[in-house]
Design a protein around this ligand. Structure first.
Ligand SMILES: [Zn+2]
Length: 65
């Protein structure tokens, strides 16, 4: 029986697998929702199209490297 990854005390319960209880399952959900595990969004630069054009022209855009 694997221990609950949230509280690391209680064993996982089939109903809330891999957590021990709904509370721990909610904690995990909130971590996801809260962005704790979130990968930072990669926003294209405002001049993205210019960057593409520059790349196609053979120039080295500052946004790369
Ligand atoms: Zn737990």
């Amino acid at each position: 029986m694997a221990a609950c990854p949230i509280c690391k005390k209680n064993d996982a319960v089939a109903e809330f697998k891999p957590f021990c209880c709904k509370r721990c399952a909610d904690v995990d959900l909130h971590r996801w929702m809260g962005g704790q595990y979130a990968i930072p969004a990669v926003e294209p630069p405002d001049d993205w199209e210019q960057v593409i054009e520059a790349t196609q022209d053979g120039d080295t855009p500052t946004e790369f490297h």
